[in-house]
Design a protein around this ligand. Structure first.
Ligand SMILES: NC(=O)c1ccc[n+]([C@@H]2O[C@H](COP(=O)([O-])OP(=O)(O)OC[C@H]3O[C@@H](n4cnc5c(N)ncnc54)[C@H](OP(=O)(O)O)[C@@H]3O)[C@@H](O)[C@H]2O)c1
Length: 252
């Protein structure tokens, strides 16, 4: 849909009164995205499936952060959150799980279902739920937190950077669910048109609960800067693309 290779260096200031929702905003990358949007003056709702965790995160973020109970796999929870939040300009679909498993023979159908239920179907359900509110926004933005491990181009390169043996970044269930997130991002961007900016983010390997136990990964706050750039894209910014956290374009 567009061919630019790098996001604009300058981050647009949000319009006064801009409202964002970060799903899974109680920890890791989502928490850092919430913090950085708050710092820029955006009104931020943290979606948390465990309201206690959400409230603790909001307390840490300061008085202006808002919390909503939101389990992306539960349609009634999504509907209640839509009702409560009302107007929305920025949706950061960040909630995600890695149910484990390895390659084809080392993955169960249950692990696949778990990954797809949250990472794909949940993301779609939340996007559908908030679409009427986003359509009312003057600058609607959707950021889907994906993963480089879902990039078919990277995975099919002669030297794939994600090693099956180490299963760094997950197995078949997690990685293929993120490939699906990429496809959903592109098709959603195409169907919503240029008024919307719908992009996916490859945040890089980060030290969060998702990869607990692994001794690798960078600061989630660094990845969050990429999400914030996509959340605050100017009206002539790109849509329908996958971006690395540093603002460079990543291949599907
Ligand atoms: N860390 C990495 O290296 C890495 C790399 C590539 C992509 N990502 C992506 O980054 C996103 C954030 O993950 P993270 O690394 O920051 O891990 P994290 O700290 O575990 O954050 C994941 C968040 O998603 C929430 N969540 C899980 N299932 C949910 C559901 N059904 N409804 C609502 N919220 C749900 C979790 O809630 P609980 O606290 O209740 O579990 C948590 O708040 C994910 O989409 C992940 O796939 C991470």
């Amino acid at each position: 849909m567009n061919q630019i290779e790098r996001l604009p260096a300058e981050i647009r200031s949000p319009e006064p009164g801009s409202v964002a929702l970060v799903t899974g905003g109680n920890s890791g990358i989502g928490f850092a995205v919430a913090q950085q949007l708050l710092d820029r003056g955006v009104t931020v709702w943290i979606g948390a499936r465990d309201i206690g965790k959400g409230q603790r995160a909001a307390k840490e973020l300061g008085s202006t952060a808002r919390v909503v109970r939101l389990d992306v796999t539960d349609p009634s929870s999504v509907a209640t959150a839509v009702e409560l939040i009302g107007e929305l300009d920025i949706l950061v679909n960040n909630a995600g799980v890695n149910p484990g498993g390895e390659d084809l023979t080392g993955t169960t159908i249950e692990q696949l279902r778990t990954a797809y239920e949250t990472n794909v179907f949940g993301l779609i359900a939340v996007t559908q739920g908030f679409l009427p509110a986003l359509r009312r926004s003057a600058h609607p933005r959707i950021v889907n937190v994906s993963s480089g491990t879902g990039s078919l181009t990277w995975n099919s390169s002669p030297n794939p950077q994600f090693d099956w043996e180490q299963v760094q970044g997950g197995g078949l269930a997690y990685r293929s669910s993120k490939t699906a997130v990429n496809a959903v991002t592109l098709l959603t961007a195409q169907s919503l048109g240029e008024g919307f900016k719908v992009n996916a983010l490859a945040p890089g390997l980060r030290r969060t609960n998702l990869i607990a136990g692994m001794s690798v990964g960078g600061d989630p706050a660094e990845a969050a800067t990429g999400a914030v750039r996509l959340a605050l894209l100017p009206d002539d910014g790109p849509t329908g693309a996958l971006w690395s956290w540093d603002g460079s374009r990543a291949p599907w």
